[in-house]
Design a protein. Sequence first.
Length: 465
Amino acid sequence: MESIIIIDEAQNILEFNPAAEQIFGYKLADVLGKPIHMLLPERFHDDHRQHIRKFGETGATFRAMRALGVLSGQRANGTHFPIEASIAQTTVDDRKFYAVIIRDVSKRENLEGLIMRQYDSLNTLHLITLDLLNRRDIKDLLQFIVDEAVKLLEVSYCEILLPDGDELVALAFTRDRPFLASNRFGRGDGHLSWQVYDTGLPAILDDYSDWPQRHKIYEAEEFHAAAALPLLVGDQCIGVLGMTRSQRDYKFSEEHILTATRLAAIAALSMENSRLYLEVRRLATTDELTGVHNRRSLMDIGERETQRAIRYDTALSTLMLDVDHFKKINDTWGHLTGDIVLRTVAQESMSQIRKTDTIGRYTETQEGAENIIGRFGGEEFAILLPETSIEGALIVAERLRSSIEQMVFKSADQADGAALELQVTVSIGVSCLTPKTDGLTALLARADQALYQAKESGRNCVRRA
């Protein structure tokens, strides 16, 4: 729609077509004989008068639309809006007249603005995606998503909730702790989040503070506009991205929700990528039968712990554990029963070294110190005890030997369907690193020699190197 306005040499309006009336909100009678600059914001009046005067002096008959760029018009109600204008001049009976054609470009400007904002949004999401691809730790990844959502979507609070049984748990949020009450929400508490998790569809509220089902822990918060979006991997919802704004009447527009939905999709894929990475790494470092570290993983960790112990001059002890008469167990009860024995011994060993995590340790342990068990081969296991003296390691070994001796194992079902009970024992060799002379290979070799001594001493005992 284009308005056509005819003005005289004094720049007063002579004609004002219906399109001009619709665009500017004036009737012809309202503007007839008045200066055309009334259709512009006051700050442009002088410049506009000068521009038309100079155009008249050039003798040019026409200046095209867009030649002046986008200008600003003013409607009868005082609102400003973007316009484009072209101007032509003619002379009749020695009198100069100008025809001004004005086009309202508000919709085009809005569309161009939307396109630019979407471009900026997609560019930001692209950069976020590149960053997420380099993050493997799930807690770090979730917190990064929350922090980026706060900036990208201009929200005051954001959280990611993941399922844990019958609860949704906030594992990342914009505060050290979300709320003093709890960060776990049962179905009777987090209604909005559960709705999104169950349906896989976004839920948007214009004002959470007025919502009848709002959670009581948010009562003291300035939560107004709220949005909860599903984190989807395929058709499966793996969590919920929730966010709120503290500014009243700052609602989530369709544009905001589109950006939030894109972010949620990227977040879900990044979380799944992290899970798959960790699963592949677990499979590559875990003994399939027993669930403990495999030999390669154990050696890698052992090398790091050995170097750390030497660097900081701290103790490092090793246990070599072997199931006594394991071949006889396989021959008598079958390999399935042998597998049960190995799994159970591994699980009991893990349980015992957790219980004795601080035995023999210095009061202040080095960061990252952790007891490690791995299957060294066949029925033999190795246990690394960082920052544990030989005396502490002997206590751990004896406690482990005693606990396994008292256990009752059930054999795999026999041909007649019966499961018989049996008991097993283990022999354990213990050694401790001497930083000035030992490396990992020597440490393990001396523990293996001590294990041989335990076997020679009648089995079911502990010997030290």
